[in-house]
Design a protein. Structure first.
Length: 258
């Protein structure tokens, strides 16, 4: 199977490049399943029902989230019933939504798990212990993990910890695509961060002048999603259906005028 994992979708520019290019990417690269981190897809912070429906219609199969999953309170009204959205599994018990789910594509089962790191992040439950609990329950061979974390060391450690136990660990959250994609020794595809799908001339998707102003003045600034040319960042992962091992991982990175 061939998967496309798309980095953090930011605001309207991120949604537009997906709507305008995703179907062609799927066709050109023979993609079976698209997974996208969408915790910043509505106005740059959170997700709404309208935005989720818009992105599903554009060709995304599964959405993962992160530490901004609850930023748009509208999500509480639909996350329980939307099985295609997976939020971090290391939130406390009884948190709305699900931390992982199993899907089927052309007769092949695959699981998607979402977890948050703890270094420089909120006080999440231990992602290492939580993933162990989940993997004890899963019998699915193909397993993809979105590790939404800040520190590269924590992401790297998580990749090696899961090497040979899952098909792929792809990092999200930092909005900057790293160039360390590889197949780990025991068959797990890994990249520290898949990057961002959103405004190209920006600072992590935000209007660059506003961010610079905040650094210079140290005063509160209301961030806004930048406008203009958009970029799409992601990775394409090939996974053997019989073994669940990854056979290839390659970065995808292009821009598109609005």
């Amino acid at each position: 199977m061939r998967f496309l994992a798309i980095g953090d979708v930011v605001g309207r520019p991120g949604r537009n490049i997906i709507k305008n290019s995703l179907n062609k990417v799927k066709e050109n690269y023979h993609i079976d399943v698209v997974i996208a981190n969408c915790e910043n897809s509505a106005g740059g912070n959170g997700i709404s029902k309208k935005v989720a429906d818009e992105l599903f219609s554009a060709g995304i199969n599964v959405m993962t989230m992160g530490n901004h999953v609850w930023a748009n309170k509208e999500i509480f009204a639909f996350i329980e019933n939307e099985h295609r959205i997976v939020r971090p599994a290391n939130y406390p018990e009884k948190t709305p939504g699900r931390g992982y789910n199993i899907y089927i594509n052309n007769g092949n089962e695959y699981a998607v798990i979402n977890l948050c790191g703890r270094v420089f992040m909120e006080n999440f439950e231990c992602p290492f212990k939580r993933i162990d609990e989940i993997l004890e329950r899963l019998k699915t061979k193909i397993i993809l993990v979105d590790f939404h974390a800040e520190a590269t060391s924590e992401k790297k450690a998580f990749g090696y910890y899961l090497d040979g136990r899952v098909s792929c660990v792809f990092g999200t959250h930092t909005h900057v695509q790293t160039s360390d994609e590889r197949i780990l020794p025991n068959g797990t595809a890994y990249i520290t961060d898949v990057g961002m799908t959103g405004p190209y001339e920006s600072i992590l998707g935000v209007d660059k002048d506003l961010v610079i102003q905040k650094f210079i003045t140290m005063l509160p600034v209301r961030f806004e999603v930048a406008k203009g040319m958009a970029q799409l960042n992601g990775v394409i992962i090939d996974i053997d259906e019989n073994s669940g091992k990854a056979t290839n991982i390659q970065r995808l990175n292009f821009t598109l005028e609005e």
